[in-house]
Design a protein around this ligand. Sequence first.
Ligand SMILES: [Zn+2]
Length: 169
Amino acid sequence: MLSSPVLVLNLNYEPINVCNARRALLLIFRGKAELLENGRGQVRSATQVFDLPCIIRLVYMVKRPFVKRKLSKKEVLLRDRHTCQYCGQRNLELTMDHVRPRRQGGTQTWENIVSACIPCNHRKAGRTPQQAGMKLLKVPKAPYPSPYYVLHGRTILDEWKKFIPWEIG
Ligand SMILES: [Zn+2]
C-alpha cells in the first residue's frame, strides 16, 4: 500500500510528479504538502493511523525545470504514439527509421528519426521516403515540452483525471 502511486500537484494544481504513498506521507509530515484526496484507506504505525494519500498538493510553488527530452527509442515511440509513421498501424513491433538514411547523410535527430513497423522499414530500405514512394504521416519534430510530460506512459488513476485537462499518451 505504501508503494501505491500518488499524484503530486504543484501549488497551482498543475500535476508535477508521481511518487509513492510513502514519499507522499513524508512530504505531508514535513509540512511540504497537503493531502488533497484520500482514495486508499489508511495505514497504521505503532501509535497512529494515517490516511493513505491518492493526490497531494505542494504548499509551495515548484519551478519546473525545462527538461529537454532526450532522443531515445522510448521517447520516439511516445512522440509517435506507438504508430508506424508510414502505414499508420499501431500495436506492431516498431523499429527506428532514419527518414534520410545515414549513408545519405541522415542525422540522429528528432527531425530524422521516426517509428516504423518492420515491413515499412524493409520496404523503405536505404532510401528517403520520396525515393521509396512512401509518405510520412507527419513531419517529425522534437516533442513539445508539455507540462504533463511527467504523466506520459503512466497509468492515470480515475481519481487523478480531474486534474489532468486532456488525454495524454
Ligand atoms: Zn508500417
